[in-house]
Write a protein that binds this ligand. Structure first.
Ligand SMILES: [Zn+2]
Length: 390
């Protein structure tokens, strides 16, 4: 408790140090714009470019810079309430199939490898006669992982245990829950059999591609043209777009309008944060809690995605945002405007951050949609890690 108070105090100090009083925590133009931009396309465009241009002026960029102790920082210490309220995808094994995806595709697929097999002559209602999966083919980069959800039929079957195997563990491994992890380049088949009736199975054709090669320019890492800032890849202190990038800002305004059309109010609570802001915040946390503890909830300077000018924390930056209509809308729609939920649920061991339904990252519509459709987090999609190496 005491630590929390200290943290809040530090956060406040950081906030006062970097914000110009009244603008702190309230934010900023996206909010203001929201009321203005809904009608009139021409004026909207003019508005946005004019405002965005302003971002380079000193005052404006101060307004945009919100080093509040939010986001990855404070929320890391919260107990993960969402872990309980959210259905953990596919943790069955004990014969439950409650995780079964609704609307899962028909088990019959056209490709030979993908179909489930129903043996003839088993009519017992209590025995598994069919297995269907949410996907039958997947392409992963080395290091990537993905888990199909399983439906065993009939629903009345008593033993819905699963037995997972890989035809080549040097290419892809699979654990007892069906989580497939890409190991090396090539193709293999992952098969799930019914524990109850091993004659019944379904399989996934896995293609593993080489991890994409990072390209470094002026100390900034790009993979497939995507700028990366995570625990493995840092930005140099000099990297400072001065605020959200024009493209990101415009895309966010479109998102706000799109949400408003669905009666959803999305606003920016934290956008750009400079290296210096993050350094100040982080150092204060280290002074208060020690580095080991601070690292569990605060990004080291250079490692915060907010330094890219491509990340936005929406609305309420704590676990209470989880499951709200706004959070659900963002999860289902933000890719249409070029954003992804950067730290999805159940991916914390890969992204290095726990589920943050409020933190969106701009990638452009095409890439964001591809990541969304893959069901992977960005690290998995690109085949990269997010771990401090110092
Ligand atoms: Zn954030």
């Amino acid at each position: 408790m005491k630590k929390d108070i200290i943290r809040k105090f530090v956060a406040l100090a950081a906030c006062l140090a970097f914000c110009t009083g009244t603008s702190c925590g309230k934010v900023e133009r996206p909010d203001d714009k929201e009321n203005v931009t809904v009608s009139g396309n021409d004026s909207t465009t003019a508005d946005i470019s004019e405002t965005t241009a302003d971002a380079s002026s000193e005052n404006q960029s101060e307004v945009l810079t919100i080093p509040a102790a939010t986001d990855e920082n404070t929320s890391k210490t919260a107990t993960n309430a969402e872990g309980e309220e959210l259905p953990v995808s596919g943790q069955p094994s004990e014969g439950t199939s409650s995780y079964t995806a609704s609307g899962s595709p028909s088990p019959q697929t056209t490709s030979g490898t993908g179909s489930s097999q129903t043996p003839s002559g088993t009519a017992s209602g209590s025995q598994v006669t069919e297995i269907s999966l949410t996907f039958y083919e997947v392409t992963l980069p080395v290091g990537g992982s993905k888990m199909p959800m399983v439906t065993m039929s009939p629903a009345t079957a008593e033993n819905k245990g699963e037995i997972w195997t890989s035809s080549d563990e040097k290419i892809a491994a699979v654990d007892s829950l069906g989580n497939i992890t890409a190991v090396g380049e090539g193709k293999c088949i992952i098969t799930v059999k019914s524990d109850d009736n091993p004659a019944v199975s379904a399989s996934v054709q896995v293609t593993v591609e080489a991890a994409k090669e990072p390209a470094v320019a002026d100390g900034v890492t790009y993979i497939e043209g995507i700028l990366i800032a995570n625990k493995t890849y840092a930005l140099p202190a000099s990297y400072n777009p001065g605020g959200l990038t024009n493209e990101c800002y415009s895309a966010f305004m479109n998102l706000v309008s799109g949400a408003a059309a669905d009666n959803i109010n999305i606003y920016c609570s934290s956008g750009f944060r400079s290296y210096e802001s993050q350094q100040y915040i982080y150092n204060n946390y280290v002074a208060a809690d020690g580095q080991a503890k601070a690292d569990t909830y605060s990004a080291r300077p250079g490692h915060s995605e907010h330094q890219t000018g491509l990340a936005i924390d929406c609305n309420i930056i704590d676990d209470s945002f989880t499951g709200t209509p706004e959070a659900i809308w963002l999860e289902n729609n933000c890719h249409k405007y070029g954003f992804i939920i950067r730290y999805p649920r159940n991916k914390d061991h890969i992204t290095g951050y726990k589920y943050e339904p409020w933190h969106i990252r701009y990638l452009g519509v095409e890439k964001a949609t591809a990541v969304y459709n893959s069901g992977l987090c960005l690290e998995e999609y690109l085949g990269i890690t997010s771990q401090y190496t110092y």
